[in-house]
Design a protein around this ligand. Structure first.
Ligand code: THU
Length: 127
């Protein structure tokens, strides 16, 4: 599993090059592996009206959903920064909508952290 997650992080790293982040300068890429084996990538896309910005993770998830892939097995998030960041709260809630047990790897060129949505969003809200 770890090899698969590290490979997915490499794909997220490539996707981070497509980030449109002229305001924060945080270029983030995501790669989402579906249960059927497909990979959907995303990057953050910012806007001069800041609140319209969308995170890399949600771009990848929405691409998968809109292509009729609702079952995910892993998500990788790569940031071009000295510090690695886990997904934000909004993205955690969106992940939780589709998977309560998603493996997540996040990192940069110095460190990688492997975790799970059930650790990042305990006692989650679901209907
Ligand atoms: N960002 C992501 O792409 N994913 C996250 O989980 C947190 C934040 C982006 C949004 C914005 O373009 C930049 O990082 C700084 O917040």
């Amino acid at each position: 599993m770890n090899k698969q997650l590290n490979d997915l992080l490499e794909i997220a790293k490539k996707a981070s090059n497509n980030a449109y982040a002229p305001y924060s300068l945080f270029k983030i890429g995501a790669a989402l592996l579906t249960e059927s084996g497909e990979i959907f990538t995303g990057c953050n896309i910012e806007n001069a009206s800041f609140s319209l910005t969308i995170c890399a993770e949600r771009v990848a998830i929405f691409k998968a959903i809109s292509n009729n892939n609702l079952k995910f097995s892993a998500l990788a998030i790569y940031v071009q920064s000295d510090k690695a960041f886990p997904p934000c709260g909004a993205c955690r809630q969106v992940i939780n909508e589709f998977s309560k047990d998603l493996n997540i790897i996040y990192g940069n060129n110095k460190q990688t952290i492997i975790t799970n949505i059930n650790k990042l969003l305990p006692d989650s809200f679901s209907l």
